[in-house]
Design a protein around this ligand. Structure first.
Ligand SMILES: [Zn+2]
Ligand SMILES: [Zn+2]
Length: 136
């Protein structure tokens, strides 16, 4: 069982499955969410993640063209999840919310072409300049 939650503890979740993929995303929107850096994201099967607590859902259209729901805690502002309407079988968990952030390691970088000039991008993992093909 992989567990996590927001900074203030109002939102908690449990994932009862292995992560499908873990990625660092440098799209422009993620730079807002991650306060300047890439977001670090873990994909799980949606039906394997149980969530308790209230969240605010911000809906926008991503650089990929997908209509995205980004959910965050209204008390502390921590971003926890994103989901694409086109891919409802996947839930993306923000790695900073894991109780143990060492559980997973990024396997690829996506939207590298949107990263600022100072960004450090791991040269040892797979790199995509934009949206990669779906993993599942
Ligand atoms: Zn919170
Ligand atoms: Zn992104």
């Amino acid at each position: 069982m992989i567990e996590g939650g927001c900074l203030c503890g109002s939102v908690r979740y449990e994932a009862d499955a292995e992560p499908i993929v873990m990625r660092a995303c440098w799209c422009r929107l993620c730079q807002y969410v991650a306060a300047g850096n890439a977001t670090i994201n873990i994909a799980f099967p949606t039906n394997a993640v149980a969530v308790t607590g209230q969240m605010t859902d911000y809906v926008s259209t991503a650089d990929s063209g997908n209509k995205m729901h980004r959910r965050f805690c209204p008390s502390c502002g921590t971003h926890l999840f994103s989901e694409a309407e086109e891919r409802p079988h996947l839930i993306i968990v923000r790695a900073g919310t894991l109780d143990d952030p060492n559980l997973v390691t990024p396997q690829r970088t996506i939207w590298a072409s949107h990263a600022p000039a100072w960004a450090h991008i791991d040269p040892d993992i797979e790199r995509f300049e934009g949206q990669p093909p779906p993993d599942i």
